[in-house]
Design a binder for this molecule. Structure first.
Ligand code: PLP
Ligand code: COI
Length: 351
């Protein structure tokens, strides 16, 4: 019934160093369904499609959540996952947030490992800056017409080799302050990684792109006085040798950000989670976006057109020294050439 539209790209045609952050068809995905109050055994599929009930709550009421993580091929040839347990726990937090069945941690782990192993030929080589993006998703697949939770859920994990989220990579990007749309409300769904937040962010992303910027900066929805997030990434700033990042009830708790806080502390930099006023943007020495997809993306310029202000950083066109140090340590742990003293990585045995 469904036609396969994407062709598997011939391996020799993949330019690993130039991969965008996008979808590339791989060999297999894995799936499990929750019905009659239990998760079924994982199934492997080579189809990119799923038959979905026309009244599935995921389609109508956005009963959906997803995750984003990566498998990294290291300098030593080994393939590592980074802090997958945190993604698994956040996936449960998101599921709970929109009344879905939670995926047990063991099932999550089994699914991501299986998806990586089955698609091992798509794990980008070391040194290309690319990695295998892992996308777990969960949605209400049971039929309802009233607004209520479904009694059936579908969990899928697919993978795609990707390059950096911002085309600039580890080079300064321009960001636009958004004041005429919000991503998430203070007591809304901002801390859950649910599809609705991303639908809500599309207006801001489009506006940022239309003004020549790489992404949007969201402010707190209530009074627009504080910084929330940079599109699909958390925000951080360095001021007076302090790594500072927003405390807000409407942002996603980034695993990358949580790791950077620890790494900053390790190199003797103070760390602080607190509301960050827009008025402070002027005083920051370094600013950046961080996340699985964004890694650390230094911000070179923030345009606040409505206030007629432009904030400039990276004056010599390069990321600041603390951002560089944090980037090198984080990426070094992920690719296995910096000691992983916290046990954040797990090596996947590919055979
Ligand atoms: N904020 C949003 C809205 C995101 O979508 C993401 C990506 O997952 C992040 C922040 C960064 O989170 P993490 O570092 O866990 O990938
Ligand atoms: C990630 O960093 O993994 C994300 O989820 C970003 C994605 C929404 C594009």
């Amino acid at each position: 019934m469904f036609q396969q539209t994407s062709k598997i790209v011939e391996m020799e045609n993949i330019d690993w160093g130039k991969l965008p952050f996008g979808y590339l068809k791989t060999d297999f995905n894995v799936r499990s369904v929750f019905k009659n109050d239990a998760w079924c055994q994982l199934e492997v599929s080579d189809s990119e499609y799923i038959p979905v009930h026309i009244a599935a709550t995921g389609l109508h009421y956005g009963q959906e959540a997803f995750e984003g993580m990566k498998a990294y091929r290291g300098k030593d040839g080994k393939v590592r996952l980074f802090r997958w347990i945190e993604n698994a726990k956040r996936f449960q937090h998101s599921a709970k947030g929109v009344f879905m069945a939670e995926v047990p941690l063991e099932l999550f782990h089994e699914a991501i490992v299986k998806a990586v192993k089955l698609n091992k030929r798509f794990i980008p080589p070391y040194g290309t800056g690319a990695a295998l993006y892992i996308r777990p998703l969960l949605f209400g697949s049971g039929a309802e017409v009233g607004v209520k939770p479904a009694s059936e859920y579908t969990f899928i994990v697919f993978v795609s080799p990707v390059g950096p989220y911002f085309k600039e990579g580890f080079n300064p990007v321009k960001i636009a302050v958004i004041r005429d749309s919000d991503r998430a409300a203070p007591l809304g769904t901002g801390t859950f990684k649910v599809g609705g937040n991303y639908a809500a962010s599309m207006r801001g992303i489009a506006k940022a792109h239309n003004s020549g910027c790489g992404g949007p900066m969201y402010l707190n929805a209530k009074d627009k006085l504080y910084v929330d997030e940079i599109g699909s990434a958390n925000f951080f700033a360095i001021i007076n040798n302090t790594y500072t990042t927003p405390k807000s009830e409407s942002i996603l708790q980034s695993i990358t950000n949580m790791s950077l806080i620890q790494l900053a502390d390790d190199i003797g930099i103070k760390t602080e989670r607190r509301p960050i006023a827009v008025d402070e943007l002027e005083s920051f020495e370094e600013v950046g976006a961080c996340g699985t997809a964004a890694i650390i993306t230094p911000i070179g310029e923030i345009n606040d057109t409505e206030k007629n202000k432009v904030y400039r950083y990276c004056k010599d066109g390069k990321p600041g020294p603390i951002s560089v140090k944090l980037y090198n340590t984080l990426v070094g742990i992920q690719y296995g050439y910096v000691p992983d003293k916290y046990g954040w990585t797990e090596i996947i045995e590919l055979n």
